[in-house]
Design a binder for this molecule. Structure first.
Ligand code: CAA
Length: 246
């Protein structure tokens, strides 16, 4: 398969960095967005130092206008987007009876509305070119729910509803749409969970450990080659066996 242009949202984060690296290693031209320029430039330098040239474009995926501008920025820098990985996400964990409107809205905007904001500006081009890959990074907690994550689980479950609808609408256009649902991965997001709570969660993972960002990047890359053209609307769990729903 030839080189494609890939846009990975939230690429400077834990899982996002591994996805950017892997797609670049596969020969694709990769871009990500940022909100903090200084941090993003540092990240880009570190990526260059180990041989990965990743384009960075400003833009908050939670804003429809900013998301569209960011897509146009990537198109100007690298060309039309063939592969979109909706990876950007945040947590605002708290039990629902204490949840504030902003804790609800921030998570829904960044984790779910972003999927509309980012996919809308790329889908027509993919349909016109008859090739595309749209991959949502959801979560095990969108599949099973999680104490303290009514906002996050709602957004993550919503992402897969989006996947299976978009997959149907675009199957005839050479576009596959899939979800990867990571379990608990050793990123800053998971390390922010209080240690005592986290240890109890790790004890429930059959493999007995947290996952690595590279293990998620591998699952994302699986959906990209032409050999994967028959796989659309899937939800691929990568969670160390913690949840085996089907
Ligand atoms: N099931 C049942 N009861 C639970 C529970 C659970 N899973 N977790 C906590 N409780 C109980 C506690 O035992 C405690 O009960 P007692 O008061 O009777 O002792 C009560 O709920 C309150 O618990 P906390 O003291 O923890 O309450 P808190 O308000 O300080 O914190 C919380 C609540 C923020 C939800 C905290 O428990 C927490 O951070 N949990 C982890 C949430 C989580 O897994 N987040 C994932 C982040 S990583 C991510 O999101 C990536 C991904 O996709 C996987």
């Amino acid at each position: 398969m030839g080189a494609r242009v890939a846009l990975v949202t939230g690429g400077t984060g834990g899982i996002g960095t591994a996805i950017c690296r892997r797609l670049a290693d596969l020969g694709h031209r990769v871009a990500t967005n940022y909100r903090n320029e200084e941090k993003a430039r540092d990240w880009q330098q570190r990526m260059r130092a180990d041989g990965h040239d990743i384009a960075i474009v400003p833009g908050d995926v939670a804003s429809p206008e900013a998301a569209e501008a960011l897509v146009r920025g990537v198109e100007a820098a690298l060309g039309p987007v063939d592969i979109l990985v909706n990876n950007a996400g945040i947590t605002r964990d708290t039990t629902f009876h204490k949840m504030t409107p902003s804790q609800w809205t921030e998570v829904i905007n960044t984790n779910l509305n972003s999927v509309y904001n980012m996919t809308r500006p790329v889908i027509e081009g993919m349909r016109a070119r008859k090739w595309g890959r749209v991959i949502q990074i959801s979560s095990i907690n969108g599949q099973k729910g999680q104490y303290g994550q009514a906002n996050y689980a709602a957004a993550k479950a919503g992402m897969h509803g989006f996947t299976i609808s978009l997959a149907q609408e675009n199957a005839r256009f050479g576009i596959t749409v899939n979800t990867v649902s990571p379990g608990y991965i050793g990123t800053d997001m998971v390390m922010a969970v209080p240690e005592e709570v986290r240890n109890k969660i790790v004890a429930q993972i059959p493999t007995g450990r947290l996952g690595t960002p590279e293990e998620i990047a591998y699952a994302v890359a699986f959906f990209i080659p032409d050999e994967a053209s028959w796989i659309t609307g899937a939800n691929l769990s990568a969670n160390g066996g913690q949840y085996m729903g089907w």
